[in-house]
Write a protein that binds this ligand. Structure first.
Ligand code: PLP
Length: 377
């Protein structure tokens, strides 16, 4: 019997401790592990930066949940993204989404050129545009779907075909969807990246990242070696918290998605709202693809207000249950005027608010937006 996702989420990497029988996993904080006089390994470990038992459990769980052969945990989502992009050789060309997480954009604009890696931006929701961009040699196509903050949807199976036909690899930032809703490796992706800080952690109290590889191959080994040498590893306590987050991930995502549906439907009908970006709305340009490749549509959405920047800032200031804060995926609902936090080169529309829908009662979330938008139409 192949266990279903919810079962894997509870059981992957969750064997009881062989020494004590403890059902909850132990946290091994030791930085060093006893070895023989000629450095013979005794239990398989040597030094925490290279590998440790708590991280191993998390990586086992992550690989199982994404359907990959191997996973690497990192100190943050950005450490994972950098750890992957820095495996590309000088001269490589990488395609990034035109709507993508701002940190990845900074990495591509500031650091990759120093390494002789060229990054170009393409609309990943337009497969024909990606195909055209792949006419020149390309090493890696990086997708993020649904994307941040416009919730654009990329057709992962189509991108995998296009990339592979050109000998390129396909990576997917699966942070917004999580493997509960979308499993990119099953659709042809070669590697999945996560900011585990978000839904895996689920409680806004742990920073972490991950790469899950479709194959335990030379690319995986190169990334693992780089993580060991550069020290971008996850702390054991953080690994333990993320492991704990895995256990309730499916249950939380179901409730996040249900709440998002209620709020998106309310906002889409509100006279003060010009546009709601949520792939679950039939009017969303990526709805059909999302319906095909996702189990549900996620709990991230963004709204553009008719009253422009002023109205967006006014609404954000009036919300009471939605805290003005960056990040996403926690129990508490958050709202953010993205353009204000994107640093010196904001790309998000000034009238846009990004929303992370939490686990409160949906009627309370709707009531909060109703009072915040009152009079702004
Ligand atoms: C937060 C985020 C990241 C970066 O992850 P950190 O854990 O903050 O380093 C990357 N991609 C997406 C989509 C994110 O939301």
């Amino acid at each position: 019997m192949t266990p279903r996702f919810e079962t894997l989420a509870v059981h992957a990497g969750a064997e009881s401790d062989p020494l004590t029988g403890a059902v909850a996993p132990p946290i091994h904080l030791s930085t060093t592990f006893r070895h023989g006089p000629a450095a013979e390994r005794i239990a398989g470990y040597e030094y925490q930066r290279e590998g440790n038992p708590t991280q191993d459990r998390l990586e086992t769980a992550l690989a199982a949940l994404e359907g990959g052969e191997a996973a690497l945990a990192y100190a943050s989502g950005m450490a994972a993204a950098a750890g992957l992009l820095e495996t590309l050789p000088a001269g490589a060309r990488v395609l990034l989404p035109d709507d993508c997480y701002s940190g990845v954009r900074y990495l591509a604009d500031e650091f990759l050129p120093q390494r002789g890696v060229a990054a170009e931006y393409v609309d990943m929701s337009d497969a024909a545009a990606v195909e055209a961009a792949c006419a020149a040699p390309v090493a890696l196509v990086w997708a993020e779907t649904p994307s941040n903050p416009l919730l654009k949807v990329a057709d992962l199976a189509a991108l995998a075909r296009i990339a592979h036909a050109r000998g390129a690899l396909l990576a997917c930032d699966n942070t917004f969807a999580t493997p509960v809703l979308q499993r990119p490796i099953g659709l042809g992706a070669d590697v999945v990246m996560h900011s585990a800080t978000k839904y895996f952690g689920g409680h806004s109290d742990v920073l972490g990242g991950a790469l899950v590889f479709a194959r335990r191959d030379a690319w995986f080994e190169a990334a693992r070696h780089r993580r060991h040498v550069t020290g971008a590893v996850l702390a054991p306590f953080s690994a333990w918290l993320l492991l704990r987050g895995c256990r309730s991930l499916a249950a939380r995502m179901a409730m996040h998605c249900a709440n998002a549906r209620v709020l998106a439907t309310f906002l889409a009908a509100h006279p003060a709202v010009a546009r709601v970006h949520w792939p679950g709305l039939p009017s969303h340009p990526g709805h059909a693809v999302a319906a095909r490749q996702m189990k549900d549509f996620g709990a991230m959405l963004s709204v553009q207000l008719r009253g422009g920047r002023e109205a967006a800032l006014a609404a954000a200031g009036r919300l009471r249950l939605f805290t003005n804060a960056t990040s996403l995926g926690g129990c508490e609902s958050l709202v953010e005027h993205r353009a204000s936090v994107e640093g010196p080169r904001p790309v998000s529309p000034q009238d846009l608010l990004r929303i992370s829908v939490g686990l409160e009662h949906p009627d309370d979330l709707v009531a909060d937006w109703a009072q915040a938008l009152d009079g702004l139409a």
